[in-house]
Design a protein around this ligand. Sequence first.
Ligand code: KG4
Ligand code: ZN
Length: 340
Amino acid sequence: MRLLTLETTCDETAAAVIDERRRVLGAVVASQETLHARYGGVVPEIASRAHVERILPVIDEALRRASLKIHQIEAVAVATSPGLAGSLLVGLAAAKALAVGLRVPLVAVNHVQAHLYACQLADGPGVFPAVGLVVSGGHTNLYECQSPLEFKLLGSTIDDAAGEAFDKVASLLGLEYPGGPPIERAARRGRRDAHPLPRAFFREDERLEFSFSGLKTAVRYRIAPAGTRLEDAAPLSESAVADLAASFQEAVVDVLVDKCRAALARCGLRSLCVGGGVAVNGRLRERLQEFAAQQDVDLHLAPPALCTDNAVMGAIALERLEAGLVENLDLDVLPGLERG
Ligand code: KG4
Ligand code: ZN
């Protein structure tokens, strides 16, 4: 079985060829980071246009790396939810055209579930049942996952996603976009306890939700006190940036680890899967490892290369295919996050 997977949910155009043993035969990610950097965030219209330009060359390159021709592909999978509507449609249109042209099955992938499947690709099928935490630029979601086909949403953010908070705070601190990596770098030189910052719903076990907008606002007021304008604030010294970055990062990590603890307790599970772009963060990984060691939890972290958006994690489509869950041409995109 040679499966072609496509990923165009946000600002990465990606394709991969994977076999039934989940081996990656060829994979490509064309990032649009530089196109969006000057706007400090993803511009949906620019993203969908860039996907249109890149999707075919990206598929060609994935096939070339796999040393395969397109007619050797036996199934096509595409991420159809959640994501930016215009971006999702580009991947879906390409996938449908290929499925019809090649007369092969079409499989739908849920992008957030795929982020968690990256843990199974790394550690094997024993990762499920598990609590899953997806932390990315668009999502901060906790799931109860009984199997790679059963995901129950336990809670998500009521405002910003964790990655979005990293991106916005980086912008406040004068750091580049995307904000996660430069904040992590700056934080290494800063004091985590320099600023007491808010931690929403911390240790409120009945709420498996997140909120990061108050934290972001608190950072803003540390830079320019209430009643003063951000534009009028004195430039921050390198050590001031480092202290704010370290304090902010610690606040985010505290909440993420605490909610994993609460979700594991609620579900009575001992396995924890963590994926998504923010799961690259070294401090988050370190704190999760400490927590797992103390609480005797089986921790499964997606490998860094499979944390940010990619098509390899679309291998979750093989689980659906093996269960007979194939789609017809009515398949549509579902940009919003499904509940339940
Ligand atoms: O999963 P992803 O590539 O795209 C979405 O599906 O959103 O995640 C991108 C997000 C960005 O917000 C970026 O700032 C964040 O992941 N990120 C990080 C780090 N690397 C990327 N956040 C914290 N620390 C990092 N090292
Ligand atoms: Zn993602």
